[in-house]
Design a protein around this ligand. Structure first.
Ligand code: YYY
Ligand code: MG
Length: 141
């Protein structure tokens, strides 16, 4: 029994499809509580900073272009083993490899436009949450 927090983004392609509510329903049905949320249209600086670990990779420029192409929803999710369970709910990074029933299988349009982001470790979650949320914007039950 380990209650964790993880960081989630509903990316621009999914926001454009009007599936914020559908994805929130999937989070809540899977036992996550949404304990912080905001909508933002990222600046280039915010997107580059968030994805700094990927700077220099061939897909970096396209990723930043995509992530700044429209508004996104940011969430902090809390629940049992949240980091790994949220990764499982999202599915593989490349939607061609995402299992049926995962968010990426259902909502991704391409490798880059893969609908959702989720932290890959507790350390990443802590860093990513702090990148976008002040402590007083997080509302645990
Ligand atoms: O954590 P996750 O989002 O599943 O994948 P990362 O390897 O951290 O890559 C971040 C982001 O970059 C991914 O969601 C799509 C994009 N991307 C890409 O467009 N092409 C690649 N070959 C690898 C990643
Ligand atoms: Mg990642």
């Amino acid at each position: 029994m380990t209650i964790q927090r993880t960081f989630s983004i509903i990316k621009p392609n999914a926001v454009k499809k009007n599936v914020i509510g559908a994805i929130y329903h999937r989070f809540e049905s899977a036992g996550f509580s949404i304990i912080a949320a905001k909508m933002l249209h990222l600046t280039r600086e915010q997107a580059e900073g968030f994805y700094a670990e990927h700077k220099g990779r061939p897909f970096f420029e396209g990723l930043v272009e995509f992530m700044t192409s429209g508004p996104i929803m940011l969430q902090v999710l809390e629940g049992e083993n949240a980091v790994q369970r949220h990764r499982d709910l999202m599915g593989a990074t490349n939607p061609e490899n995402a299992l049926a029933g995962t968010l990426r299988a259902d909502y991704a349009d391409s490798f880059t436009e893969n609908a959702v982001h989720g932290s890959d470790s507790i350390e990443s979650a802590n860093r990513e949450i702090a990148y976008f949320f002040a402590e007083d914007e997080i509302c645990p039950r």
